[in-house]
Design a binder for this molecule. Structure first.
Ligand SMILES: CC1=C(CCC(=O)O)c2cc3nc(cc4[nH]c(cc5[nH]c(cc1n2)c(C)c5CCC(=O)O)c(CCC(=O)O)c4C)C(CCC(=O)O)=C3C
Ligand SMILES: [Fe+2]
Length: 331
């Protein structure tokens, strides 16, 4: 095994009311997000008593990966660090160094290419390593949006969401795939959109062949003057309803766990809108700690020792090291 540790690297989230604003300031530092937007998003967190679900989801995923490694005789310790909140990545890297870790593979809780999903995490790793003298080497594992270990749970969860619809609506409900919007000018945006479309087409074909589907965006941030990816999920649901639709299944294909962007922007905001306009919606669960997804983490690690590199859809496995065209900032 080329690696002596696995690093689970995530976004981070607050776990108490007084952590909400400091967390939001970490997320948006230097990114030109208006104060009014920050205050609105703080309310999303306060709606859940200031607790984001994402940290507990990371603890659960870490425990599931550890159990899976043990079941497969893989003696590799698992560490966890975040970009925006405790446990901060630099502290984790310090702990890894103290434990004698020399070379770690990083599994990031984001499946796609693009600056926010991929390159920013690579920058996080480099910044954290620069803070720790003698820090271990850390290689980010490849983009996995089209790995069967990600796609299969998405399909299974989309089917389960259909099954929760009343029987008379099941055959007509269309699929609405959602992903986090990003600025159109963001580096790697083309790859992000291409990859999202590829998985969405695959899932739609498998779950509701022949039925119309759409890829839409949620959780738009930034100043209103800057163009971001559209359409927004709310606008799309209204359009569907206006065209006579009675039901839809929402698949948050851009995310790997049911964190705040899913729990608030879909389960509260989109759900309220749907009720108001008379559209029945069911939201599919994300991969979370699905055993197939957990096994994928081990498979991605073993790929580095020469195991096969499976990929569904039309785009093929992404390389271990991102191409210039993927998500690097233009030089
Ligand atoms: C592509 C993408 C993903 C998916 C990939 C991945 O998962 O990494 C993602 C995930 C997440 N985004 C999250 C939360 C937030 N994102 C924000 C702001 C932003 N997101 C952006 C993009 C993305 N974000 C961008 C371009 C911004 C503007 C600021 C900037 O240019 O960076 C803000 C600031 C307030 C606001 O919304 O304006 C918050 C609070 C949480 C945590 C949820 C929880 O607490 O459970 C998660 C997992
Ligand atoms: Fe990348």
């Amino acid at each position: 095994m080329a690696y002596d540790a696995l690093l689970l690297l995530s976004f981070g989230g607050p776990e108490a009311p007084d952590e909400v604003m400091p967390f939001l300031e970490n997320v948006t530092r230097g990114r030109g997000v208006p104060r009014t937007r920050l205050k609105a998003v703080a309310e999303h967190y306060h709606h859940f008593d200031g607790v984001s679900p994402i940290n507990q989801q990371c603890r659960d995923l870490k425990a599931a990966i550890e159990a899976d490694f043990a079941d497969h005789g893989l003696d590799v310790p698992v560490y966890w660090g975040n970009r925006n909140w405790r446990p901060f990545l630099a502290d984790t890297v310090r702990e890894m160094k103290a434990d004698g870790v020399r070379r770690a593979a990083a599994f990031v809780t984001s499946a796609y290419s693009g600056y926010s999903c991929c390159r920013q995490y690579i920058e996080d790793i480099e910044r954290a390593r620069a803070e720790v003298e003698g820090a271990p080497e850390i290689d980010k594992l490849r983009i996995y949006f089209n790995h069967p270990g990600f796609v299969e749970p998405v399909i299974e969860n989309a089917r389960a969401a259909y099954a929760r619809l009343p029987e008379d609506l099941r055959d007509e409900a269309s699929l609405v795939f959602t992903a986090h919007s990003v600025p159109i000018a963001q580096p790697g945006r083309e790859a992000y959109v291409e990859e999202l479309n590829d998985v969405a087409a695959l899932v739609a074909e498998s779950v509701a062949a022949g039925r119309p589907w759409a890829l839409v965006y949620q959780s738009r941030s930034g100043p209103p003057t800057v163009p971001w990816l559209e359409p927004d999920v709310g606008d799309h649901l209204e359009k569907l309803r206006a065209a006579g639709a009675r039901a839809a299944v929402i698949v948050p294909v851009g995310f790997v766990s049911d964190h705040m962007e899913v729990k608030f922007d879909l389960d509260v905001e989109a759900a309220e809108l749907a009720t108001r306009i008379g559209l029945r919606i069911e939201r599919a669960a994300t991969a979370g700690t699905h055993p197939r997804f957990v096994a994928m983490v081990r498979e991605l690690l073993l790929e580095r020792d020469g195991a096969e590199r499976p990929a569904l859809g039309t785009l093929g496995p992404r390389p271990d090291t991102c191409a210039e065209t993927c998500c690097r900032r233009p030089a």
